[in-house]
Ligand binder design. Sequence first.
Ligand code: ZN
Length: 429
Amino acid sequence: MAKYDAALLGLPRRFVRRLQLPGHAVGPIGLPLAAGGLGYRTCWRSTADCAYLAAYMHTSHHFPKLFPHLADRFPPILDLVPAVGQPALAPSKQAEFASREFVRIVSDAPLVRDRIEGSASVMKHTQHVLSTIVSEAEARREVGLINAMDNPRLPRHMELYYSNCGDATTLAMLPTDATTTLSNPSFTGGITRRLLLSTHQVSRSERRRCLACHKSSTREHSVDEPGRSVNEFGDHIIGCKHMLPLRTKLWHDPLVHMWHQLAKMSGQSCGSEVTNLMVNSNKRADVVLYKGLYSVLTDVRTIAGGDQRYCCAAALSPGYGAAWGAAQKDAAWLAQARSQGDTFIALCHEAGGRAGRGCEIFLDQFCSVAAASQSERMAFRIYAFSATARGHFPRSGHAHQLPPGDAHGPGGPPEGLFAAGAPPRPRGR
Ligand SMILES: [Zn+2]
């Protein structure tokens, strides 16, 4: 099992082409997808200890009734390992193994003891309960590690981690068609960003400079930068104003296309990039649902992250980035849309994959009419989640496709760093 765990933990290392991963990137590998991890549940750490302990607890509960003459060999686990004092001598090999596993689990997740003490001698779904507490403890440890490496004035790591937690779909989807299939560069880039690793290798002494707007780093280490820095994590190049056309092409437009496809699949009358819907305005709705007497107008906004206007709040409150973007869109659209009898929904997608509340509301409109039965509606919703994930997960990978934000001092970056899909090198350099 230890070999299996090592092989499993080695997979992401190969994906991101690193000999070794830093401490903060190892934890998420085994975390569940909804906790911002990759969902690679290891045998030993995540499963074996909890499974054995749960089996032992069931045995010690049932044996006094079923096999009274064997009951002495399987005492309750709390008697074996009391909260204070020396552990009792184990009367059997199984009891010894269980006590060792209990000690191991409690050293990582102390709440396991409280949970067992506060319940009957055996719980319903014991293994599941224990595994959940252990996973939560691992997630809390990961949050602590990320907090320690973040810049308190611009906690971009924590913001991205919480955004990753909002995407539990991408890595779980089955690639059944082109809509739900990721290319290799997108997958590599997405995994790199999900593990909060740098997208480009830059040493402390090297200068970082944006190739598009020529903004330069002001501090030796990107974590010390006062604002959204030209860092090695690709934050600046994703949010750089000079890269807006490419960002629109690679990230915004695929999302609009995906939402339009979902609207068509639900069988509703719809349109994309529709002009002349807003009276006396040049505004162009990204996706429109025609409901007869009124229309549902939407506008897609991508939230690049690492922005001083919402980064600190997003690092405290998951989803704040999308909510901030939706508030901006609502301020621009809502009053006029209502005045002409229409409805407006802002569709905000964060860099890590979390979608805003407007996306859920819009998706509900599809699911309610897409199928007659509950199970068909659920199938449509799952497909829609996969498709939306396909729309924004590669965006992380686009940090690779965009020109690197970290130009080396004299001489500029090697030509090989310009991957396919990157714009031509700006003039003047
Ligand atoms: Zn720039």
